[in-house]
Design a protein around this ligand. Structure first.
Ligand SMILES: Cc1cc2nc3c(=O)[nH]c(=O)nc-3n(C[C@H](O)[C@H](O)[C@H](O)COP(=O)(O)OP(=O)(O)OC[C@H]3O[C@@H](n4cnc5c(N)ncnc54)[C@H](O)[C@@H]3O)c2cc1C
Length: 321
């Protein structure tokens, strides 16, 4: 039986496991993650908008019977392939996929479910919420949270202060500009004027490369210089000079899963052109994602995306789909 080791059970790691196990059911998949549960971070704005409970965004690995979870941290990528764990042991499969995301730096932690829940508590009692962006690569999601807050509490003042952001990243916020106007969320290049009581200032954190991804080369199919070891997810996207987003992480995960599945079945990796359009994409989750990215639909409005993740991705790994 083919063995696959996945370091990181976040959005890209779990989606990769789901796609591979859907294509080749008798693969033995191991996921290494220090947390006991997977976090569906893309659903955080839906929780802000009241469409799901924050805790419903956490899916325990123990309920996913089709994968083996090793609760540990990868500390090094081994030169002969595979991953060295915190206890000094090495996990090596026929394929090894590094999907540890990026590192997020800053005082706010809305990029974890618990951090987002803590921010929600502060937002509840605030009179005004001001998101301050002064980063090259700001952690995505604050703009969705801003829309969720304004849709839930129309009387709260919500504003976005784009003091600095890398020019390559601006289009992402422009995608939402019609929504900001519709919801009455001013967006400006200036920092907030002066602090007044009841205002909540949210400093948007920064995204940087995960230390494990430093020094890794990246080939066209996300292969590194180490045997049978691949890099997908936010750090891979940063290396490719693409915005580190869930959308891209999911594209990489499905491309790699289909290449590995065809290699397992036929002995060679075959990759189909992936155009990112709703019509050409056979997977409903990716279709949904592509549609909302291209049309600027706020995530807070898409509970269906959460339902698909819960029933298709987690459901398949749990053996219930
Ligand atoms: C509020 C919010 C809204 C968002 N909205 C959107 C959106 O509208 N569109 C979009 O495209 N994207 C969105 N995103 C971004 C999206 O969630 C991320 O891009 C996506 O989660 C990245 O997937 P990933 O697998 O690279 O990393 P993650 O999902 O962060 O997963 C990384 C995993 O690796 C584990 N890990 C870390 N270090 C180690 C280690 N040393 N050893 C083992 N495991 C480790 C972590 O515990 C984690 O489980 C949003 C994010 C947030 C927070």
């Amino acid at each position: 039986m083919v063995e696959v080791v996945i370091a990181g059970g976040g959005v890209s790691g779990l989606y990769f496991a789901y796609r591979l196990l859907s294509a080749v059911p008798d693969v033995k998949a191991t996921v290494v993650d220090p947390k006991p549960y997977h976090e569906f971070l893309i659903g955080v704005p839906m929780a802000f908008g009241g469409l799901v409970e924050f805790d419903q965004l956490k899916f325990p690995f123990s309920s996913m019977g089709r994968i083996r979870h090793v609760q540990s941290e990868v500390v090094e990528v081994a030169e002969d392939g595979g991953f060295k764990l915190a206890d000094g042991s090495v996990l090596r499969g026929d394929y090894n996929v590094l999907a540890v995301g990026s590192v997020r730096l800053g005082p706010e932690t809305y990029f974890t479910v618990d951090g987002a829940k803590a921010l929600y508590e502060k937002v509840k009692s605030a009179k005004a919420v001001r998101f301050i962006v002064d980063e090259t690569y700001p952690v995505i999601g604050f703009q969705e949270i801003a829309i969720a807050v304004k849709s839930l509490w129309r009387s709260k003042e919500v504003s976005i202060h784009m003091v600095y952001v890398h020019p390559d990243y601006r289009w992402l916020f422009e995608l939402h500009s019609h929504l900001f106007r519709e919801f009455g969320i001013p967006i400006t290049d200036e920092p907030p004027a002066s602090y007044s009581p009841g205002e909540l200032l949210v400093t948007v954190p920064s995204t940087v490369l995960h230390p494990l991804a430093r020094g890794l080369a990246l080939g066209p199919l996300f292969e590194t210089q180490y045997p049978n070891t691949y890099l997908i997810g936010e750090s891979s996207l940063i290396k490719l000079r693409l915005p580190p987003l869930g959308w891209g992480a999911i594209w990489q995960a499905s491309l790699l899963a289909s290449a590995i599945a065809s290699e397992i079945r036929g002995g060679y990796a075959e990759v189909e052109a992936d155009e990112w359009t709703a019509l050409n994409d056979p997977d409903r989750f990716k279709q949904y994602f592509t549609l909302r990215m291209s049309k600027g639909i706020p995530l807070v409005a898409l509970r269906g995306l959460y339902e698909l993740w819960r029933s298709k991705v987690v459901g398949t790994l749990s053996g219930s789909a």
